[in-house]
Each structure stands twice: as C-alpha cells, then as structure tokens.
Design a protein around this ligand. Structure first.
Ligand SMILES: Cc1cc2nc3c(=O)[nH]c(=O)nc-3n(C[C@H](O)[C@H](O)[C@H](O)COP(=O)(O)OP(=O)(O)OC[C@H]3O[C@@H](n4cnc5c(N)ncnc54)[C@H](O)[C@@H]3O)c2cc1C
Length: 377
C-alpha cells in the first residue's frame, strides 16, 4: 500500500497490540480502543512457542520478552511421582528460541509499551458504539463520544468478540468444550527449566511451566459442568483434590498454594467463524475469528501471526480488499489446523471418543505439531 492507512483496532490484547506495533512501525496511523481501563492481564503465565517468538522479533520485542520471561528448550514428560519418562527437545523457527514462558501481565505491559513507542494511540476504557462501512471507509463512534473515519477496523476483541456479533449476529457463539483449566502461579523449583508434563494417564495431566527465574505456573485440565465455579473460600483445596494422584514436584508445588484467590479457573471454549473473516473494511482476527483449546499453546501465537501477516499483506497489496483476501487465504488453513489438532489432543488426553479425522491428526502428536508450526506462517 503506497500511502499510510488509518486503522482502528478493537481490543488491545495480545493480538491487537502486536498489530498496533507492526502497523505503526510501518508508518500507518493506528488507534486501539480497549475496553479495560488500563493495561491488565490474568495473573498467570503463557507459553510463547518459537513461531510466536519469531513474530516478537519481527516487531522488535523479542529481547524484552526473553528478559521478562524464562527461555526453555526441553519438554519433559514425567510419571505421577516425578520420574522422567521422556525429554523432547523443542524445535525453533529460524534463529528464534524454541520457547519462552512469560507472566501475562509482563507480556501485556511490554506489548503496550512497544505499540506506544511505535506511535500507536491506546484509548483505554473505550469501545465501539456505532460503525458504518460505506465501502470507501468506516465511520466509527466510540463510547467516549469521539468519532472518526477509518480505512480499516480490526476486531482483535477476543473469544467473546462484540465486533463478531455486530457482523454476524449470534451465528458464531463460543462453544464450551466441557473442560476447564485450573492455573496457579507458584515458586519455580530449580529443576523446572522447561515445561514438565506430569501424566497420570487419562485420570489427569498437570503441567509445570517456568515463567521467570523465581516463578512457574501449574496448570491442569478437568471435565467440569458448564455452570461450575470454584468455591472462593477453598479453590486451592478443590484443585488439590483433583490432583491427589501426583506426588513429587506437582504435589510440592501444590503444597505452596494456600490462597484460594490465587487459583485462576478458565472454562475452555472454542469458536470458528466459517464465513469470511472480513466484511468490507471490518476484519476479525485472533480469538475473535478462530479461538482454539489451549492444548498446543498456540492461541496467542496464532493471534500474533495473524497480526504480522495482516501488516505484511497491507504492505504487499494495492488496496485494502485485496490485502484482506490475501491475508485470510494465508491464515485460515494454518489457524484451522491448529484448532483441529488442539481439539483432538484435548479429546485424547481426556479419554473423549475421537473421530477418524481426529485420529489421523493425532498421529502427528504434540511434538510433531511443534515441528509443523516452525515452518513459515
Ligand atoms: C487456559 C488457557 C491457556 C492458554 N495458554 C496459551 C499459551 O500458553 N500460549 C498461547 O499461545 N496461547 C494460549 N492461550 C490462548 C491465548 O490466551 C489466546 O488465544 C490469545 O490471548 C488471543 O489473543 P487475542 O488478541 O485474539 O485476544 P485477547 O488476548 O483475549 O484480547 C482481547 C482484547 O479485547 C478486549 N475487548 C474485549 N471486548 C472489547 C470491547 N467491547 N471493546 C474493546 N475492547 C474489548 C479485551 O479486554 C482484551 O484486551 C491460552 C488460553 C487459555 C484459555
């Protein structure tokens, strides 16, 4: 695109801030409408696999991510007592590190700083209230009463995407998988220098993920009724009750958890927009378009890939419509593959019957998927 565009991003989460940085660094005029009042994120960690770190390098924040996080290379599979069953080296994309664990608040903070440094304007506490696309531009009113005309509006507004509802009504509603993720941040044990997946067969799996020199998080997935919520007085006890089959490092990690409020409970849902991800000059990306289960640790990685590839497509094409088409052609197959493999792994790990197509996908396994995902996005 020859001249700078005016781009409004709805949602300043991981994908939205990555896009803001990538576009502002290219000279586009970028604003982000973020409904939260300040930079904030769940107080747990996230894994940045090599493809996500490759994007972080492309937008200039790789070193900041590695400084704030914990770089690691070996995935360890362990039995319930902590004995190592397998050590699996993780692949890297070009010269990006294989993986980085990082606290979500640190990632949010550094992406926000990068977007602002690049020249993007972040408008906290705002959301879109009116939007009209007349084919040559999009007129938007924000909740603070301000109005503007934009060449492109991007919905990076998460799995519950209000912009998706604006485009497609209730055609795409997140579907609860029947499983939920329990997470808690604990002191890092010195031997946990990469993800340790403790497995008690189909009864339970629990992951320890280092996120700083001092901290790691413990995560585990269980079948839970849709309306279940942990008891605010004893969530930590409820988590321990679900992991009684573990001794060793996982039990030691659990023993340090005394505050029920430190337990983060997230229902696992997914959504796929099967129609086009853009309608005119309004486009959905990241979880808003294709939220997947967390079993490959690739949801945010797909969101940041979406962001960078969108910026690259706008560079390469002569108009917005062509760029959005080229972007979706490139992104949809990969995001759909991640979603399908991730869902199949959830089913396999929880003993849920799989389809023949899912059995085919499962032949590749989590380590094989990592090798596929370090190929160019
Ligand atoms: C349990 C769990 C573990 C996970 N672990 C990993 C992992 O290890 N690695 C990984 O890559 N991925 C992981 N993911 C997935 C990852 O968190 C998401 O895929 C990723 O955050 C999606 O990024 P996004 O920018 O699309 O959406 P989000 O990061 O959800 O950002 C959406 C933003 O939009 C804002 N917003 C919402 N509504 C509005 C509105 N009306 N107006 C303005 N702003 C609005 C929100 O406040 C938010 O800031 C995990 C997910 C779960 C549930």
């Amino acid at each position: 695109m020859a001249s700078p565009l005016r781009v409004l991003i709805h949602g300043g989460g991981i994908g939205g801030l990555t896009l803001a940085t990538a576009l502002a660094r290219r000279g586009h005029h970028v604003e982000v409408a973020e409904i939260r009042d300040e930079v904030e994120a769940l107080g747990v960690g996230i894994i940045q696999p090599s493809n996500a770190l490759h994007v972080m390098r492309e937008i200039g924040v790789l070193d900041a991510c590695l400084r704030a996080g914990f770089e690691w290379e070996i995935l360890t599979i362990a039995d319930p007592t902590g004995n190592t069953l397998a050590e699996i080296p993780q692949p890297r994309m070009d010269d990006a590190p294989p993986n980085n664990g990082i606290p979500r608040p640190a990632l949010a903070g550094l992406l926000n700083a990068a977007a602002v440094d690049a020249g993007a304007v972040i408008r906290f506490g705002t959301t879109i209230t009116e939007l009209t696309d007349d084919g040559t531009g999009v007129d938007v009113t924000l909740s603070d009463g301000s109005t503007g005309r934009w060449d492109l509006v991007v919905g990076f507004d998460g799995i519950g995407s209000p912009l998706r509802t604006r485009l497609y009504g209730d055609r795409y509603v997140p579907e609860y998988t029947g499983f939920a993720n329990w997470r808690v941040t604990v002191p890092r044990q010195p031997q946990v220098r990469g993800v340790v997946m403790g497995t008690a067969g189909q009864d339970a799996k629990a992951l320890l993920t280092p996120i700083t020199e001092e901290l790691m998080y413990l995560g585990a997935v269980f079948a839970e009724p849709e309306d279940f919520r942990p008891d605010p007085e004893r969530a930590h006890e409820q988590l321990k009750e679900r992991l009684t089959m573990f001794s060793g490092p996982i039990a030691e990690a659990l023993a340090t958890v005394t505050d029920p409020a430190s337990v983060v409970y997230s229902r696992i849902s997914q959504v796929t927009v099967e129609d086009a991800w853009h309608v005119g000059r309004v486009v959905l990306a990241g979880d808003a378009a294709h939220a997947s289960t967390p079993h490959l640790a690739q949801g945010a990685a797909m969101a940041v890939e979406d962001a960078l590839v969108l910026a690259q497509s706008l560079d390469a094409e002569s108009d917005v419509a062509a760029a959005l088409k080229a972007w979706e052609d490139r992104r949809r197959p990969r995001a759909m593959w991640v979603q399908a493999v991730s869902r199949a792994v959830l089913k396999q790990e929880t003993g849920t019957p799989t389809t023949p197509e899912e059995d085919e996908l499962l032949k590749i396994g989590i380590p094989g998927a990592a090798h596929v995902l370090v190929k160019p996005y």
